[in-house]
Design a protein around this ligand. Sequence first.
Ligand SMILES: Nc1ncnc2c1ncn2[C@@H]1O[C@H](COP(=O)(O)OP(=O)(O)OP(=O)(O)O)[C@@H](O)[C@H]1O
Ligand SMILES: O=P(O)(O)O[C@H]1[C@H](OP(=O)(O)O)[C@@H](OP(=O)(O)O)[C@@H](O)[C@@H](O)[C@@H]1OP(=O)(O)O
Ligand SMILES: [Mg+2]
Ligand SMILES: [Mg+2]
Length: 339
Amino acid sequence: MRLNEDCRNGEEKENDRGSLPLSLPQLKLVVGYALTSKKVKSFLQPKLEGLARRKGILFVAIDHQKPLAEQGPFDIVLHKLTGEAWGRILEDYREKHPEVTVLDPPDAIQHLYNRQSMLKDVADINLCDSYGKIGVPKQLVITKDSSAIPDAVSKAELTLPIVAKPLVVDGTAKSHELSLAYDAFSLSKLDPPIVLQEFVNHGGLLFKVYIVGEAIKVVRRFSLPDVDKRELRKNAGVYRFPRVSCAAASAEDANLDPGIAELPPRPLLERLAKELRRRLGLRLFNIDIIREHGTRDRYYVIDINYFPGYGKMPGYEHIFTDFLLSLVQSKYKRRLSNT
Ligand SMILES: Nc1ncnc2c1ncn2[C@@H]1O[C@H](COP(=O)(O)OP(=O)(O)OP(=O)(O)O)[C@@H](O)[C@H]1O
Ligand SMILES: O=P(O)(O)O[C@H]1[C@H](OP(=O)(O)O)[C@@H](OP(=O)(O)O)[C@@H](O)[C@@H](O)[C@@H]1OP(=O)(O)O
Ligand SMILES: [Mg+2]
Ligand SMILES: [Mg+2]
């Protein structure tokens, strides 16, 4: 932890951090960030930067034209960029600078960039207690040969309708282009590699469970409406649908059926979050959960996203800054106990 030796007692000294404003009296930590411009806009809102500054946290953009090792020094590196080259730069940096917390390790993030591996841990956890049961929808991966899909679907005994999702999530709009198929034959029109997932009726409401370290925040979003199984034959075909889980679809203020709107039990989410944090080795992600319509306690995780749109999470500026401070505090405590 750099308890900012330079700024102790509010002194202004010669700046050895490049152009950082060293007049900050109580600078506690410097967070370097490598994010897309879209992410900078949605995440680094003035309310976050303002509160962070008041708490002694400074966000500094990482310059991609310069070697990472020549920048900083940073206490924390926050990042969401894809590409192998960037992953290698970060891994190399982590090795050389074990004192810097990299949020999160590139290898662990990689796990979420494939829709098959992303849900594996949820299936392995197989959470079931008095509060409910959390699983994943039955799914099948098709890597090539779309003409074999109808057979594969019938062999795997997947029930219609089926959601088809691109296997790889790489941050492009295309990786979020999903389709809903009412019959298995139409799926052969799609381009593998894809994941075929049973569609679970859930009353048109989704729970987005945001994780920031130990903190958990749940919000409701509108989702795809239920499908009447009797209508399947009438509507045979495959329907592309737009990105539904966006901010515009917040369902927080909607007048909903209480049986559909009731949030999943907190203890259940806490168990899931704790297990996933540990198994995935990640601290920044969200989980999309649906509750099967007509049940009180059957939950399905359908998606997990790395470093999601925290800007849409109410009170994120408090939660995020507290989290960043807790990271250096626990590092400092560890260091003291080692001396
Ligand atoms: N198995 C399913 N059963 C019912 N609805 C589903 C299922 N899978 C996806 N959906 C619907 O499709 C939407 C998008 O699916 P998903 O979250 O997997 O895609 P995504 O592109 O990764 O989304 P995000 O923008 O959250 O990253 C969900 O929010 C939900 O409305
Ligand atoms: O754009 P937003 O800030 O809303 O964040 C979205 C984020 O886009 P960004 O990281 O490019 O910004 C997406 O990441 P990619 O899969 O495309 O990598 C994905 O994580 C969504 O689930 C996030 O929305 P949320 O789940 O929170 O509603
Ligand atoms: Mg989603
Ligand atoms: Mg997703």
